[in-house]
Every structure is written in C-alpha cells, then in structure tokens.
Design a protein around this ligand. Sequence first.
Ligand code: FES
Length: 87
Amino acid sequence: EFQVRLASSGKTYTIPADTSVTDALREHGVEILVSCEQGVCGTCLTRVLEGECDHRDLYLTDEEKAANDQFTPCCSRAKGPLLVLDL
Ligand code: FES
C-alpha cells in the first residue's frame, strides 16, 4: 500500500494493495473521471506533483512516463510511500 495526498486539501489517503487509486479515493468521496479503467484511454490522467509513479498504463509514451509528472490512477501506482496529486 501507499499514500496519496491531494494538493488542494492536503488530505492523505491510504491506497490498499488490491485497490486502484480511483476506487480508493472514490470511497472517500473524491471522484476522478474514468472510462476504460485499464490504462488505455487516458480519461483519468492526473498531474503528479511529488513522488515516483509506477506506470502501468498503455496510454503514456515512454518519454511521458519518464517525466513522472502525470499518471493514470485507474491502474498505475506508486513506487515510493507517497504521491502528491494536483487534485
Ligand atoms: Fe482509461 Fe484510466 S480510465 S486510462
């Protein structure tokens, strides 16, 4: 598991190992628009301000993944303990 912090509210949420970021946040009333939920469409694309992404999508290019400033929270995760999202 890892933590996700929302930049706007400063609130931090735990993302369990078996739950996507979008599903975990939705349980706390934080909605991120999704469509495919498989990392294909890019609908859920979210800016990342801090932390290292574990990209698991097929949407971003390798260059975009390396830039580490956005990720697809329907399927991608964190490599470290915390991601700060521009939400
Ligand atoms: Fe399609 Fe996340 S909902 S990439």
